[in-house]
Design a protein around this ligand. Sequence first.
Ligand code: C6P
Length: 421
Amino acid sequence: MTTSNREIVRPSRSEPFDAATLRARDFPILNQEIHGHRLVYLDNAATSQKPRAVIEAITRYYEHDNANVHRGVHTLSERATHGYETARARVQAFLGAPSVKEIIFTRGTSEAINLVASTFGHERVDTGDEVLITGLEHHSNIVPWQMLCRARGAKLTVAPIDQRGVVTPEAFAAALTEKTKLVAFSHVSNALGTINPAEQFTALARERGIPVVIDGAQAAPHLKIDVAALGCDFYAFSGHKVYGPTGIGALWGKAEHLESMPPYQGGGEMIRSVTFEETIYNTIPHKFEAGTPNIAGAIGLGAALEYVSAIGLDRIAAHEDELLQQATAAVGALPGIELKGTAPHKAGVLSFTLAAAHPHDIGTILDQRGVAVRAGHHCAQPVMEFFGVPATVRASFGLYNTSEDIEALVAGLQEVVKVFG
Ligand code: C6P
Protein backbone atom coordinates (compact mmCIF):
# COMPACT_ATOMS: atom_id res chain seq x y z
CA MET A 1 0.00 0.00 0.00
CA THR A 2 1.36 3.46 -0.81
CA THR A 3 1.14 6.25 1.71
CA SER A 4 -1.46 8.01 -0.41
CA ASN A 5 -3.93 5.22 0.34
CA ARG A 6 -3.60 5.79 4.08
CA GLU A 7 -6.45 7.56 5.79
CA ILE A 8 -5.42 11.05 6.94
CA VAL A 9 -7.85 12.78 9.27
CA ARG A 10 -8.11 16.45 8.35
CA PRO A 11 -8.86 19.02 11.03
CA SER A 12 -11.87 21.25 10.72
CA ARG A 13 -13.39 24.28 12.44
CA SER A 14 -16.44 22.21 13.29
CA GLU A 15 -14.47 20.12 15.81
CA PRO A 16 -13.59 21.73 19.15
CA PHE A 17 -10.00 22.96 19.38
CA ASP A 18 -8.07 20.38 21.38
CA ALA A 19 -4.28 20.65 21.27
CA ALA A 20 -3.76 17.22 22.85
CA THR A 21 -5.84 15.54 20.13
CA LEU A 22 -4.10 17.45 17.34
CA ARG A 23 -0.72 16.55 18.83
CA ALA A 24 -1.47 12.84 19.18
CA ARG A 25 -3.35 12.42 15.91
CA ASP A 26 -1.52 14.69 13.49
CA PHE A 27 2.13 15.04 14.60
CA PRO A 28 3.88 11.66 14.59
CA ILE A 29 7.27 13.06 15.66
CA LEU A 30 5.85 14.23 18.97
CA ASN A 31 4.91 10.68 19.90
CA GLN A 32 8.36 9.79 21.28
CA GLU A 33 10.40 9.93 24.45
CA ILE A 34 13.64 11.90 24.86
CA HIS A 35 15.94 10.66 27.65
CA GLY A 36 13.01 8.61 28.98
CA HIS A 37 10.62 11.57 29.13
CA ARG A 38 7.63 12.56 27.00
CA LEU A 39 8.92 14.94 24.31
CA VAL A 40 7.91 18.52 25.08
CA TYR A 41 8.72 20.57 22.00
CA LEU A 42 8.98 24.27 22.84
CA ASP A 43 11.31 25.37 20.01
CA ASN A 44 8.60 26.26 17.52
CA ALA A 45 10.02 29.69 16.68
CA ALA A 46 13.11 27.94 15.27
CA THR A 47 11.02 25.45 13.30
CA SER A 48 7.70 23.76 13.94
CA GLN A 49 6.85 20.07 13.56
CA LYS A 50 4.98 18.81 10.51
CA PRO A 51 1.49 17.32 10.50
CA ARG A 52 0.73 14.07 8.69
CA ALA A 53 -1.17 16.08 6.05
CA VAL A 54 2.09 17.80 5.02
CA ILE A 55 4.22 14.65 5.13
CA GLU A 56 1.54 12.88 3.10
CA ALA A 57 1.29 15.65 0.47
CA ILE A 58 5.06 15.49 -0.13
CA THR A 59 5.10 11.67 -0.23
CA ARG A 60 2.12 11.59 -2.58
CA TYR A 61 3.81 14.06 -4.90
CA TYR A 62 6.97 11.94 -5.10
CA GLU A 63 5.06 8.66 -5.36
CA HIS A 64 2.62 9.81 -8.06
CA ASP A 65 3.31 13.17 -9.68
CA ASN A 66 7.02 13.98 -9.68
CA ALA A 67 8.13 15.89 -12.82
CA ASN A 68 9.47 19.31 -13.66
CA VAL A 69 7.00 22.20 -13.83
CA HIS A 70 5.98 24.51 -16.68
CA ARG A 71 8.16 22.52 -19.09
CA GLY A 72 6.48 19.29 -20.14
CA VAL A 73 3.44 18.36 -22.16
CA HIS A 74 3.17 14.98 -20.46
CA THR A 75 0.71 14.08 -17.72
CA LEU A 76 3.14 14.02 -14.81
CA SER A 77 4.44 17.46 -15.70
CA GLU A 78 0.90 18.78 -15.92
CA ARG A 79 0.13 17.30 -12.49
CA ALA A 80 3.32 18.70 -10.95
CA THR A 81 2.58 22.13 -12.45
CA HIS A 82 -0.98 21.97 -11.16
CA GLY A 83 0.23 21.05 -7.64
CA TYR A 84 2.85 23.80 -7.64
CA GLU A 85 0.48 26.50 -8.90
CA THR A 86 -2.30 25.37 -6.55
CA ALA A 87 0.17 25.89 -3.70
CA ARG A 88 0.83 29.41 -4.96
CA ALA A 89 -2.91 30.11 -4.87
CA ARG A 90 -2.99 28.82 -1.26
CA VAL A 91 -0.23 31.27 -0.31
CA GLN A 92 -2.20 34.05 -2.00
CA ALA A 93 -5.32 33.19 0.04
CA PHE A 94 -3.27 32.82 3.25
CA LEU A 95 -1.81 36.33 2.85
CA GLY A 96 -4.96 37.98 1.50
CA ALA A 97 -2.97 39.00 -1.59
CA PRO A 98 -4.91 40.62 -4.44
CA SER A 99 -3.29 38.50 -7.18
CA VAL A 100 -1.62 35.11 -7.47
CA LYS A 101 0.97 36.73 -9.78
CA GLU A 102 2.27 38.58 -6.73
CA ILE A 103 3.42 35.41 -4.93
CA ILE A 104 7.05 34.39 -5.44
CA PHE A 105 8.32 31.14 -3.98
CA THR A 106 11.66 31.53 -2.21
CA ARG A 107 13.79 29.35 0.07
CA GLY A 108 12.38 31.21 3.04
CA THR A 109 12.22 34.61 4.68
CA SER A 110 15.97 35.23 4.39
CA GLU A 111 15.98 34.72 0.66
CA ALA A 112 12.81 36.80 0.24
CA ILE A 113 14.36 39.78 2.06
CA ASN A 114 17.62 39.40 0.11
CA LEU A 115 15.61 39.37 -3.10
CA VAL A 116 13.92 42.68 -2.25
CA ALA A 117 17.15 44.29 -1.01
CA SER A 118 19.17 43.38 -4.08
CA THR A 119 16.53 44.31 -6.67
CA PHE A 120 14.00 46.87 -5.44
CA GLY A 121 16.45 48.14 -2.81
CA HIS A 122 19.24 48.74 -5.31
CA GLU A 123 16.89 50.71 -7.54
CA ARG A 124 15.38 52.83 -4.75
CA VAL A 125 18.28 53.53 -2.40
CA ASP A 126 21.12 55.89 -3.33
CA THR A 127 24.06 57.72 -1.77
CA GLY A 128 23.08 59.59 1.38
CA ASP A 129 19.69 57.86 1.69
CA GLU A 130 18.52 55.94 4.76
CA VAL A 131 16.99 52.51 5.24
CA LEU A 132 15.05 52.24 8.51
CA ILE A 133 14.73 49.00 10.51
CA THR A 134 13.92 48.48 14.21
CA GLY A 135 15.92 47.35 17.22
CA LEU A 136 13.94 44.09 17.28
CA GLU A 137 15.17 42.59 14.03
CA HIS A 138 16.47 39.13 13.25
CA HIS A 139 19.83 39.13 11.41
CA SER A 140 17.94 38.25 8.21
CA ASN A 141 16.25 41.63 8.39
CA ILE A 142 19.46 43.50 9.24
CA VAL A 143 22.31 42.09 7.15
CA PRO A 144 20.70 42.34 3.66
CA TRP A 145 19.92 46.03 4.36
CA GLN A 146 23.41 46.61 5.72
CA MET A 147 24.83 45.07 2.52
CA LEU A 148 22.55 47.28 0.43
CA CYS A 149 23.53 50.42 2.36
CA ARG A 150 27.22 49.59 2.01
CA ALA A 151 26.86 49.03 -1.74
CA ARG A 152 24.85 52.22 -2.29
CA GLY A 153 26.59 54.55 0.16
CA ALA A 154 23.42 54.78 2.25
CA LYS A 155 22.88 54.64 6.03
CA LEU A 156 21.07 51.99 8.06
CA THR A 157 19.00 53.64 10.79
CA VAL A 158 17.22 51.95 13.70
CA ALA A 159 13.97 52.74 15.54
CA PRO A 160 14.89 51.84 19.14
CA ILE A 161 13.14 49.46 21.53
CA ASP A 162 12.24 50.27 25.13
CA GLN A 163 12.81 48.15 28.25
CA ARG A 164 9.69 46.08 27.49
CA GLY A 165 11.01 45.21 24.04
CA VAL A 166 8.51 47.52 22.35
CA VAL A 167 9.08 49.92 19.45
CA THR A 168 6.46 52.58 20.07
CA PRO A 169 4.79 54.31 17.11
CA GLU A 170 6.32 57.54 18.45
CA ALA A 171 9.85 56.06 18.35
CA PHE A 172 9.17 54.67 14.89
CA ALA A 173 7.82 57.98 13.55
CA ALA A 174 10.74 59.89 15.07
CA ALA A 175 13.21 57.66 13.20
CA LEU A 176 11.63 58.43 9.80
CA THR A 177 13.41 61.30 8.06
CA GLU A 178 13.21 62.93 4.66
CA LYS A 179 16.17 60.72 3.72
CA THR A 180 14.37 57.44 4.52
CA LYS A 181 13.83 55.60 1.24
CA LEU A 182 12.79 52.20 2.56
CA VAL A 183 11.47 50.70 5.80
CA ALA A 184 11.75 47.08 6.94
CA PHE A 185 10.46 45.62 10.22
CA SER A 186 9.36 42.31 11.69
CA HIS A 187 5.67 41.71 12.27
CA VAL A 188 6.56 39.59 15.34
CA SER A 189 9.96 39.51 17.07
CA ASN A 190 11.57 36.07 17.21
CA ALA A 191 13.70 36.84 20.28
CA LEU A 192 11.01 38.44 22.46
CA GLY A 193 7.64 37.69 20.83
CA THR A 194 6.66 41.39 20.60
CA ILE A 195 3.90 41.98 18.05
CA ASN A 196 4.62 45.21 16.22
CA PRO A 197 1.68 47.46 15.27
CA ALA A 198 2.39 46.66 11.62
CA GLU A 199 -0.59 48.53 10.21
CA GLN A 200 0.30 51.68 12.14
CA PHE A 201 4.03 51.52 11.23
CA THR A 202 3.09 50.96 7.58
CA ALA A 203 0.69 53.91 7.59
CA LEU A 204 3.38 56.17 9.10
CA ALA A 205 5.81 55.22 6.34
CA ARG A 206 3.28 55.24 3.51
CA GLU A 207 2.00 58.73 4.36
CA ARG A 208 5.57 59.88 3.71
CA GLY A 209 5.66 57.87 0.46
CA ILE A 210 8.15 55.30 1.83
CA PRO A 211 7.78 51.65 0.75
CA VAL A 212 7.50 49.02 3.50
CA VAL A 213 8.91 45.49 3.72
CA ILE A 214 7.53 43.25 6.49
CA ASP A 215 9.36 40.21 7.84
CA GLY A 216 6.48 37.88 8.68
CA ALA A 217 8.56 34.81 9.65
CA GLN A 218 7.20 34.74 13.21
CA ALA A 219 3.76 36.12 12.40
CA ALA A 220 2.66 33.50 9.87
CA PRO A 221 2.25 30.69 12.47
CA HIS A 222 0.38 32.89 14.96
CA LEU A 223 -1.55 35.72 13.31
CA LYS A 224 -4.11 36.07 10.54
CA ILE A 225 -2.26 38.02 7.86
CA ASP A 226 -3.92 40.36 5.39
CA VAL A 227 -1.40 42.21 3.26
CA ALA A 228 -4.09 44.32 1.63
CA ALA A 229 -5.27 45.57 5.04
CA LEU A 230 -1.68 46.09 6.23
CA GLY A 231 -1.01 48.30 3.22
CA CYS A 232 2.65 47.24 2.96
CA ASP A 233 4.63 46.75 -0.26
CA PHE A 234 6.34 43.40 0.46
CA TYR A 235 5.67 40.60 2.97
CA ALA A 236 7.96 37.58 3.54
CA PHE A 237 7.53 34.34 5.47
CA SER A 238 9.05 30.85 5.80
CA GLY A 239 7.18 27.58 5.34
CA HIS A 240 9.00 25.67 8.07
CA LYS A 241 7.75 27.89 10.89
CA VAL A 242 4.13 27.44 9.85
CA TYR A 243 4.14 23.61 9.94
CA GLY A 244 5.45 23.30 6.36
CA PRO A 245 8.76 21.97 5.03
CA THR A 246 12.16 23.63 5.23
CA GLY A 247 13.68 25.23 2.12
CA ILE A 248 10.46 26.90 0.98
CA GLY A 249 8.84 30.23 1.77
CA ALA A 250 7.21 33.06 -0.05
CA LEU A 251 7.50 36.71 -0.85
CA TRP A 252 4.45 38.77 -1.63
CA GLY A 253 5.05 42.03 -3.46
CA LYS A 254 2.76 44.58 -5.09
CA ALA A 255 2.46 43.76 -8.79
CA GLU A 256 3.47 47.30 -9.79
CA HIS A 257 6.81 46.83 -7.99
CA LEU A 258 7.42 43.28 -9.20
CA GLU A 259 6.72 44.31 -12.80
CA SER A 260 9.31 47.09 -12.72
CA MET A 261 11.99 45.39 -10.58
CA PRO A 262 14.98 43.75 -12.26
CA PRO A 263 15.23 39.96 -11.83
CA TYR A 264 17.02 38.55 -8.78
CA GLN A 265 18.78 35.62 -10.47
CA GLY A 266 19.18 34.55 -14.07
CA GLY A 267 18.52 31.08 -15.43
CA GLY A 268 15.88 28.80 -16.85
CA GLU A 269 12.19 29.55 -16.32
CA MET A 270 12.66 33.27 -15.61
CA ILE A 271 12.99 34.07 -19.34
CA ARG A 272 10.63 34.39 -22.28
CA SER A 273 13.36 34.28 -24.92
CA VAL A 274 17.16 34.27 -24.97
CA THR A 275 19.71 35.11 -27.62
CA PHE A 276 23.38 35.84 -27.03
CA GLU A 277 22.58 39.52 -27.55
CA GLU A 278 19.47 39.87 -25.42
CA THR A 279 17.12 38.18 -22.95
CA ILE A 280 13.45 38.99 -22.60
CA TYR A 281 12.26 38.16 -19.12
CA ASN A 282 9.22 36.10 -18.22
CA THR A 283 6.12 37.63 -16.66
CA ILE A 284 5.74 37.80 -12.87
CA PRO A 285 6.02 35.77 -10.70
CA HIS A 286 8.16 33.52 -12.94
CA LYS A 287 10.66 36.32 -13.59
CA PHE A 288 11.79 35.82 -9.99
CA GLU A 289 11.94 32.01 -9.97
CA ALA A 290 15.08 31.04 -11.89
CA GLY A 291 15.80 27.31 -12.22
CA THR A 292 13.81 24.26 -11.18
CA PRO A 293 11.94 25.30 -8.07
CA ASN A 294 11.33 23.39 -4.82
CA ILE A 295 8.17 21.76 -6.17
CA ALA A 296 7.67 19.25 -3.35
CA GLY A 297 8.36 22.00 -0.82
CA ALA A 298 5.75 24.29 -2.35
CA ILE A 299 3.19 21.46 -2.33
CA GLY A 300 4.05 20.72 1.31
CA LEU A 301 3.70 24.40 2.16
CA GLY A 302 0.30 24.51 0.46
CA ALA A 303 -0.79 21.53 2.59
CA ALA A 304 0.49 23.25 5.75
CA LEU A 305 -1.44 26.44 5.02
CA GLU A 306 -4.54 24.39 4.33
CA TYR A 307 -4.00 22.59 7.64
CA VAL A 308 -3.69 25.72 9.81
CA SER A 309 -6.49 27.47 7.93
CA ALA A 310 -8.79 24.48 8.50
CA ILE A 311 -8.17 24.70 12.26
CA GLY A 312 -8.42 28.51 12.19
CA LEU A 313 -5.54 30.88 12.97
CA ASP A 314 -7.78 32.77 15.39
CA ARG A 315 -8.29 29.59 17.45
CA ILE A 316 -4.57 28.73 17.27
CA ALA A 317 -3.68 32.27 18.41
CA ALA A 318 -6.17 32.15 21.32
CA HIS A 319 -4.78 28.79 22.47
CA GLU A 320 -1.16 29.95 22.25
CA ASP A 321 -2.03 33.11 24.13
CA GLU A 322 -3.40 31.05 27.02
CA LEU A 323 -0.17 29.03 27.08
CA LEU A 324 1.89 32.22 27.03
CA GLN A 325 -0.09 33.67 29.98
CA GLN A 326 0.31 30.43 31.94
CA ALA A 327 4.05 30.20 31.19
CA THR A 328 4.70 33.91 31.87
CA ALA A 329 3.06 33.70 35.31
CA ALA A 330 4.71 30.40 36.33
CA VAL A 331 8.21 30.98 34.92
CA GLY A 332 8.22 34.64 36.00
CA ALA A 333 7.49 33.56 39.59
CA LEU A 334 10.57 31.32 39.84
CA PRO A 335 13.36 32.78 42.01
CA GLY A 336 16.13 34.48 40.02
CA ILE A 337 14.39 34.25 36.64
CA GLU A 338 14.31 37.46 34.63
CA LEU A 339 11.88 37.70 31.75
CA LYS A 340 13.18 39.52 28.68
CA GLY A 341 10.45 41.08 26.59
CA THR A 342 7.33 42.12 28.46
CA ALA A 343 5.41 43.82 25.66
CA PRO A 344 1.63 44.03 26.17
CA HIS A 345 1.09 42.34 22.79
CA LYS A 346 3.13 39.19 22.31
CA ALA A 347 2.87 36.00 20.29
CA GLY A 348 4.11 32.58 21.29
CA VAL A 349 7.53 33.41 22.81
CA LEU A 350 8.86 33.50 26.38
CA SER A 351 12.50 34.60 26.68
CA PHE A 352 14.31 34.62 30.01
CA THR A 353 17.62 34.42 31.85
CA LEU A 354 18.76 33.16 35.24
CA ALA A 355 21.77 35.08 36.54
CA ALA A 356 23.39 32.00 38.10
CA ALA A 357 23.26 29.77 35.00
CA HIS A 358 24.22 30.13 31.34
CA PRO A 359 21.27 29.64 28.98
CA HIS A 360 23.09 26.72 27.31
CA ASP A 361 23.31 24.89 30.67
CA ILE A 362 19.63 25.53 31.27
CA GLY A 363 18.80 24.22 27.79
CA THR A 364 20.87 21.08 28.40
CA ILE A 365 19.23 20.34 31.75
CA LEU A 366 15.79 20.84 30.21
CA ASP A 367 16.70 18.51 27.34
CA GLN A 368 17.58 15.81 29.88
CA ARG A 369 13.93 16.06 30.96
CA GLY A 370 12.63 15.87 27.38
CA VAL A 371 11.98 19.63 27.10
CA ALA A 372 13.32 21.24 23.88
CA VAL A 373 13.95 25.01 24.04
CA ARG A 374 16.38 27.27 22.21
CA ALA A 375 19.28 28.80 24.13
CA GLY A 376 21.40 31.44 22.43
CA HIS A 377 21.18 34.83 20.78
CA HIS A 378 18.40 33.68 18.44
CA CYS A 379 20.09 35.40 15.46
CA ALA A 380 19.08 38.69 17.04
CA GLN A 381 22.33 39.85 18.65
CA PRO A 382 21.35 43.56 18.81
CA VAL A 383 18.36 42.57 20.99
CA MET A 384 20.69 40.66 23.33
CA GLU A 385 23.05 43.63 23.41
CA PHE A 386 20.17 45.93 24.34
CA PHE A 387 19.39 43.77 27.38
CA GLY A 388 23.10 43.36 28.19
CA VAL A 389 23.09 39.56 27.93
CA PRO A 390 24.89 37.24 25.49
CA ALA A 391 21.93 34.89 25.25
CA THR A 392 18.52 33.94 26.63
CA VAL A 393 16.52 30.76 27.00
CA ARG A 394 13.55 30.86 24.66
CA ALA A 395 10.44 28.72 24.98
CA SER A 396 8.18 29.13 21.97
CA PHE A 397 4.72 27.68 21.54
CA GLY A 398 2.81 26.00 18.75
CA LEU A 399 -0.70 24.76 18.19
CA TYR A 400 0.05 21.29 19.65
CA ASN A 401 1.50 22.50 22.97
CA THR A 402 -0.55 21.91 26.08
CA SER A 403 -0.69 23.06 29.71
CA GLU A 404 1.09 19.82 30.53
CA ASP A 405 4.03 21.04 28.38
CA ILE A 406 4.22 24.28 30.37
CA GLU A 407 4.15 22.28 33.61
CA ALA A 408 7.09 20.19 32.33
CA LEU A 409 9.01 23.37 31.47
CA VAL A 410 8.35 24.83 34.92
CA ALA A 411 9.32 21.57 36.69
CA GLY A 412 12.56 21.50 34.69
CA LEU A 413 13.31 25.10 35.59
CA GLN A 414 12.63 24.40 39.27
CA GLU A 415 15.34 21.77 39.06
CA VAL A 416 17.70 24.27 37.35
CA VAL A 417 17.05 26.83 40.09
CA LYS A 418 17.75 24.15 42.75
CA VAL A 419 21.04 23.11 41.07
CA PHE A 420 22.31 26.63 40.44
CA GLY A 421 20.81 28.26 43.52
N1 C6P B 1 14.31 32.57 13.06
C1 C6P B 1 14.61 31.43 15.17
O1 C6P B 1 14.98 30.47 15.87
P1 C6P B 1 14.62 31.60 7.58
O2 C6P B 1 15.80 31.05 8.30
O3 C6P B 1 14.98 32.27 6.29
O4 C6P B 1 13.51 30.60 7.47
O5 C6P B 1 14.01 32.74 8.55
C2 C6P B 1 14.82 33.79 8.98
C3 C6P B 1 14.09 34.61 9.99
C4 C6P B 1 13.73 35.90 9.64
N2 C6P B 1 13.01 36.67 10.47
C5 C6P B 1 12.63 36.23 11.68
C6 C6P B 1 11.81 37.13 12.56
C7 C6P B 1 12.98 34.93 12.10
O6 C6P B 1 12.58 34.51 13.28
C8 C6P B 1 13.74 34.12 11.24
C9 C6P B 1 14.20 32.74 11.67
C10 C6P B 1 14.62 31.30 13.67
O7 C6P B 1 14.23 32.48 15.68
C11 C6P B 1 15.89 30.67 13.17
S1 C6P B 1 17.29 31.71 13.44
